[in-house]
Design a binder for this molecule. Structure first.
Ligand SMILES: O=C(O)c1ccc[n+]([C@@H]2O[C@H](COP(=O)([O-])O)[C@@H](O)[C@H]2O)c1
Ligand SMILES: Cc1cc2nc[nH]c2cc1C
Length: 332
């Protein structure tokens, strides 16, 4: 873990010259200063990480990591684990929500089944993954990032993974199962209470993992979550901006934030998930979601939906006239 730990701590910074050039252009465009709100921030963020005064969104890539979870045997999801593989088939056949949203976003879609979809261990009794298996999954995620990417959108598929995400969030940021368990794919109130109790058993069993964010990810996470963490780290080392998807994707990236307070500044959070604890998780991670549409699907759906918003922000920045060019008077 020492090598991975070092890679998570020693991180490149954004290109401030690029963001300053963007701010300078923004200031002369035909609108009151700041009137495009967060759209202006998004362009500066893209440019700072791409190292370009004129950011590009030509090569937008969506990557979905998929994995199975041993804790499903504890009855924490209303769906059978077999749905993970079946939905991967659906992704390849083009029939899932993400296929439609990727087309709208004009993005490529890559789906990566992790560990041949073998389940993790049931973390109520054992660490979810061995250290070598965890490191392999992080490495696979790291290798999945094409250096020739303008924007990386990440997502996941894995029955049971809202339980893993909730347990990992509790280990990283404190609290109990009740604070972090939510409805996932459709549990009722009794189901959520049972899920919270299962998370509490896991937290009691693995109390020591709270001391090390990487050990927490290995003990309570999943293969697809480790893959996401590796991809977020690779994007940082290559200075590629990242759009994170919902609750599970956020929890997967969260160890990077715990290891370095600036560890996720190259990421934006696409949306606030309907999963109840996502708001708190985003707050702990210093992320402010772009959209709030009641989504609770996963599979990078929110990240893909945020791409047209980024394209709109960039179109304004590159296409608008300046006050001088348009002959519009400046404020008095
Ligand atoms: O990330 C989210 O915001 C999110 C919220 C609810 C459900 N999901 C998806 O639902 C699956 C996990 O739900 P569950 O109930 O089986 O833990 C997994 O495939 C996720 O992509 C994802
Ligand atoms: C059908 C279905 C589709 C999904 N996509 C992401 N997570 C999912 C979970 C289920 C159950």
């Amino acid at each position: 873990m020492a090598g991975l730990h070092a890679a998570c701590v020693d991180l490149p910074s954004p290109d401030h010259a690029a963001s300053q050039a963007i701010a300078a252009r923004e200031a002369v465009l035909t609108k009151p200063a700041g009137s495009l709100g967060r759209l202006e921030e998004l362009v500066a963020w893209l440019g700072a990480w791409q190292g370009r005064a004129t950011p590009s969104l030509e090569r937008v890539r969506i990557v979905i990591f998929a994995g199975n979870h041993g804790v499903v045997r504890q009855g924490v999801s209303p769906w059978p684990a077999s749905v993970t593989a079946q939905m991967i088939g659906n992704f390849f056949a083009g029939g899932a929500a993400i296929n439609q949203l990727a087309r709208i976003a004009d993005a490529t879609l890559t789906v990566i089944p992790m560990a041949d979809l073998a389940p993790t261990e049931d973390f109520t009794t054992a660490p979810a993954m061995t250290i070598p298996a965890f490191l392999d999954a992080v490495t696979a995620g790291y290798a999945a990032v094409d250096a020739d990417t303008d924007l990386l959108c990440l997502g996941e598929m894995g029955i049971g993974n809202t339980t893993a995400a909730a347990a990992l969030a509790a280990a990283l940021f404190g609290g109990t199962g009740r604070d972090w368990a939510g409805r996932g794919t459709g549990l009722d109130a009794d189901g959520v209470a049972h899920k919270a109790a299962i998370i509490d058993i896991a937290l009691a069993h693995h109390a020591a993992c709270r001391d090390d964010p990487l050990v927490a990810a290995q003990t309570l996470g999943g293969y697809e979550m480790a893959g996401i963490m590796g991809a977020v780290l690779a994007a940082r080392h290559r200075r590629i901006p990242v759009l994170l998807d919902g609750f599970v994707c956020s929890a997967a990236a969260a160890p990077l934030r715990r290891l370095n307070p600036t560890g996720l500044t190259h990421t934006s959070l696409s949306h606030r998930s309907a999963e109840a604890a996502h708001h708190a998780l985003a707050g702990f991670m210093g992320l402010n979601p772009l959209l709030d549409l009641g989504l609770r699907l996963g599979e990078a759906s929110g990240a893909a939906l945020a791409v047209p918003l980024l394209r709109a922000a960039l179109a304004c920045h590159t296409g608008m006239a300046s006050f001088a060019d348009a002959g519009v008077s400046e404020r008095t």
